[in-house]
Design a protein around this ligand. Structure first.
Ligand SMILES: NC(=O)C1=CN([C@@H]2O[C@H](COP(=O)(O)OP(=O)(O)OC[C@H]3O[C@@H](n4cnc5c(N)ncnc54)[C@H](O)[C@@H]3O)[C@@H](O)[C@H]2O)[C@H](O)CC1
Ligand SMILES: [K+]
Length: 492
C-alpha cells in the first residue's frame, strides 16, 4: 500500500537511480493497453479521455500500443497547455504517427457516442490521477458526467478521475448538485493503478489491477532525493512555525551540544535553545550568536535539573537529549527523570540511550545509536545487512520508538516501517558527526513525523558529509557539516 505523497517520493528516487519518469510512463501506458485487451476484442471502439497532466500522458502512450483497436484520443484542452514535457512528447508522438486524436476545448462539444449512435466498447478515463486537487472543474466535470452516462465499461488510469487515491472519497466532497445531473467523479468498473495498491481504491466498487511499471525496489528501500519532497517552508509561516528545538547536553564537553544546535539551525529550525551546565554556558554561547543558551546550575546535568528542563521543553517541538553529557549516575538519573515527566518528541543520543529501553515514558523518541550503543541498549546487530535490518526493525517494535542505527548503511526503523540510507563516507567516523545528526533529526522532527525525520536526517547529513569529503578528503571534521546541510537538503 502506498500513499500519493510517498509515491511521488519513490518516483523521484527512481529517477535518481536512472529510471526516469518517461520510462515509467511508457510502462504505465503499456499496462493500460493490457487492461483494454483484457476487456475488449481487437477492433473494438476505445475512446481515451485524456487530461493534460501525466495521467493523460499514460493514456497517450496506451493509444500507441493499441494498434489493433479503433482508438480515439480526446485531449481535454489545447495541446500547448499540456503540463509536462513527457506528456507533450507523447502527444506529439501520436500526431506524428497519425493516431486519431482530437482536442476538446468546449465541454459542450464532448460526446462519447459513436457516429452510428452506439456506445463505445470501452472508455479509458485518464483525465486526472494523483495530481487532482479540489472538485472536478470544466471540461473534466462534463466529461465525467458523459463517461458515467455511457453504458460502456470504464477503465480508469491510476485512480478514477476526481477520486482521492488516499481516501477513496471524491476530491470535491460527495454532495450531489441540485439537478443531480453533474458528476463529482468518474464511476469506473476497473482501475489500473501503478506500482502498488493505493489506500483509497479498495473501498470503490471497481476491480483494481496493480501494474508493475519497473520502479526498482531500491527506490523505496533506500532514502533518496524524493524523500525531501514536501518539506519546503510554507511561504506564509511565522517565526517558530518551522521548528523550535531544545538541545540538552554539555558538561564535560562543549563542542557536542554546539554542533547539534548549529546543525538544527542549518537544517531549518527557527529557534534553537541549548540547556547546558553553567560551567560551559558562555563557551557554548561564544561559538555562535544564533544560539539561545540556558544555563543550568553546576558543571554536569543532573536530576536537580529535571523540572527546569521540563519547563523549557514544554514550549518547543523537539528536544535533543544527550550530546556531550558524558556518562555518570547523575546524568542517568536526569535522563530517567526527564523522560518520565516528558510526553513530547525527543531525539536521544550518546549516553542518554542506555536509559531508553527500561524507562516508563509517554514521549515519542528517536534514538540514534551506533552499533555499539545499540548493543548497550540491549539490541542485537549482525554483519549480514538483511539480518541486521530485520533485527533493528524488531528492536524498534520492542522498544516502541524510532531507531536510527548508524553504520556504513544506516538503518531507520519504527514498528511498521524500515528504510536504509547509504549516503555518507568513512571520513565521517570522526568525532562530532553524530552530534550533527542528532541536531538535524531534531530540527526535522519539529516539522515532520519521527520516522521520516530520522530517514531524511540520515540522508542529508550523509550528503553533507559527502560534499565535505570531496572538499577535505579524510581531513573532514564535524564542523564542516552544518554549513553544508542547506545544499544537501535541496531536492535535486
Ligand atoms: N510514479 C508515478 O506516480 C507515476 C505516475 N504517472 C501518472 O501520473 C499521474 C499524476 O500526474 P500529474 O501530472 O501529477 O497529475 P494529473 O495528471 O493527475 O493532473 C494534473 C493536472 O490536472 C489539473 N487539475 C488538478 N485538479 C483538477 C480538477 N479538480 N479539475 C480539473 N483539472 C484539475 C491540474 O492543473 C494539474 O496540472 C498519476 O496519476 C499516474 O497516472 C506516470 O505516468 C508514471 C509514474
Ligand atoms: K484517471
Amino acid at each position: 500500500m502506498i500513499t500519493t505523497d510517498r509515491m511521488a517520493a519513490v518516483d523521484a528516487n527512481a529517477a535518481a537511480l536512472g529510471v526516469p519518469r518517461k520510462q515509467l510512463m511508457e510502462s504505465s501506458g503499456n499496462a493500460i493497453a493490457r487492461e483494454v485487451r483484457a476487456v475488449a476484442e481487437p477492433g473494438a471502439t476505445v475512446p481515451l479521455v485524456c487530461g493534460r497532466g501525466n495521467n493523460g500522458g499514460d493514456a497517450l502512450v496506451a493509444a500507441r500500443f493499441l494498434d489493433e483497436y479503433d482508438v480515439a484520443v480526446a485531449l481535454l484542452g489545447r495541446p500547448e497547455t499540456i503540463r509536462t514535457d513527457i506528456a507533450r512528447e507523447n502527444w506529439e508522438a501520436l500526431e506524428a504517427a497519425e493516431i486519431p486524436a482530437e482536442t476538446v476545448t468546449d465541454s459542450r462539444d464532448f460526446d462519447l457516442t459513436r457516429p452510428d449512435g452506439d456506445d463505445p466498447d470501452v472508455i479509458v478515463d485518464a483525465m486526472l490521477g494523483s495530481g487532482v486537487s479540489g472538485g472536478l472543474r470544466e471540461p473534466e466535470r462534463t466529461a465525467a458526467a458523459a463517461i458515467n452516462a455511457s453504458d460502456a465499461p470504464v477503465v480508469a488510469v491510476d485512480v478514477p478521475s476526481g477520486i482521492d487515491a488516499d481516501t477513496g472519497e471524491p476530491t470535491g466532497g460527495s454532495e450531489s448538485t441540485a439537478d443531480g445531473g453533474e458528476a463529482v467523479a468518474v464511476n469506473a468498473d476497473r482501475v489500473v493503478t501503478f506500482h502498488d495498491e493505493k489506500p483509497g481504491l479498495a473501498s470503490l466498487d471497481a476491480e483494481v489491477t496493480v501494474a508493475d511499471i519497473g520502479i526498482p525496489a531500491a527506490a523505496e528501500r533506500f532514502t533518496g532525493p524524493g524523500d525531501l519532497l514536501g518539506l519546503d517552508r510554507d511561504p506564509d509561516s511565522h517565526k517558530g512555525d518551522n521548528g523550535e528545538v531544545l538541545i540538552v547536553g554539555g558538561g564535560p564537553y562543549t563542542g557536542a551540544p554546539t554542533l547539534s544546535a548549529l546543525a538544527a539551525l542549518r537544517a531549518g529550525a527557527d529557534l534553537v535553545r541549548v540547556a547546558c551546565p553553567e560551567s560551559v554556558a558562555s563557551e557554548v554561547q561564544g561559538f555562535s550568536p544564533n544560539l539561545i543558551v540556558r544555563a543550568l546550575p553546576g558543571d554536569r546535568v543532573g536530576p536537580a535539573h529535571v523540572d527546569r528542563v521540563a519547563s523549557l521543553a514544554a514550549g518547543v517541538d523537539t528536544v535533543v537529549l544527550g550530546p556531550g553529557f558524558g556518562g555518570g549516575d547523575g546524568t542517568e538519573a536526569f535522563v530517567r527523570g526527564f523522560l518520565t515527566a516528558y510526553a513530547g518528541r525527543a531525539v536521544v543520543d550518546a549516553d542518554a540511550l542506555r536509559i531508553v529501553p527500561d524507562v516508563d515514558t509517554d514521549a515519542d523518541l528517536i534514538c540514534t545509536p551506533h552499533q555499539g550503543e545499540l548493543v548497550g541498549m540491549g539490541g542485537e546487530t549482525a554483519s549480514d545487512p538483511t539480518e541486521r535490518t530485520q533485527l533493528v526493525r524488531e528492536f524498534a517494535a520492542e522498544v516502541g520508538h524510532t531507531l536510527l542505527v548508524k553504520g556504513a548503511v544506516d538503518v531507520i526503523a519504527d514498528g511498521d516501517d524500515v528504510r536504509l540510507n547509504r549516503t555518507g563516507n568513512p571520513g565521517m567516523t570522526v568525532g562530532g558527526t553524530g552530534d550533527v545528526l542528532a541536531g538535524t533529526v531534531g530540527a526535522l522532527a519539529a516539522v515532520t513525523e519521527p520516522f521520516r525525520a530520522a530517514a531524511v536526517g540520515a540522508y542529508v547529513v550523509g550528503r553533507a558529509g559527502d560534499a565535505a569529503a570531496e572538499a577535505n578528503g579524510s581531513g573532514l571534521v564535524a564542523t564542516d557539516l552544518p554549513d553544508r546541510l542547506p545544499e544537501a537538503m535541496r531536492n535535486e
